[in-house]
Structure formats: C-alpha cells, structure tokens
Unconditional design. Structure first.
Length: 64
C-alpha cells in the first residue's frame, strides 16, 4: 500500500511538472492516455491471461 501511495504522488508530481515546464494540458493528456492504454495495453494483458487459463486449469484440477 505504501508503494502505491508513493507511486501515485510521483505520477501526480510528474504531471504537474509537465504542465508547468512544457505547457502540456493535463486535462487533455489524461483521457488520451486512458484511451491509448485500453486500445493497446489491456488487450495484451487479457490475451496473456486467456492463454494462461488452460495451463492453470490443467495443473490445478478441482475435484467436486
């Protein structure tokens, strides 16, 4: 939990620095980053877990 809080603070500080020094609009940047990650990063994560699912179910058979 401590690392999550520190990471959030660092990310926020980085966005504020980008806003001040490079005149980047955070309100424009944030939705575009979310859109980009849902288009390109999340499908690869889902594909990874879909491929791992049969391997996991083979090794951990649940007997009812």
């Amino acid at each position: 939990m401590k690392k999550l809080i520190i990471g959030t603070i660092v990310l926020f500080a980085l966005l504020v620095l980008l806003s001040f020094f490079f005149n980047i609009n955070i309100l424009y940047l944030f939705p575009n980053v979310i859109e980009w990650s849902t288009k390109f990063i999340l499908p690869w994560i889902i594909l990874y877990w879909v491929i791992r699912l049969p391997k996991f179910s083979k090794t951990n058979k649940v007997v009812a």
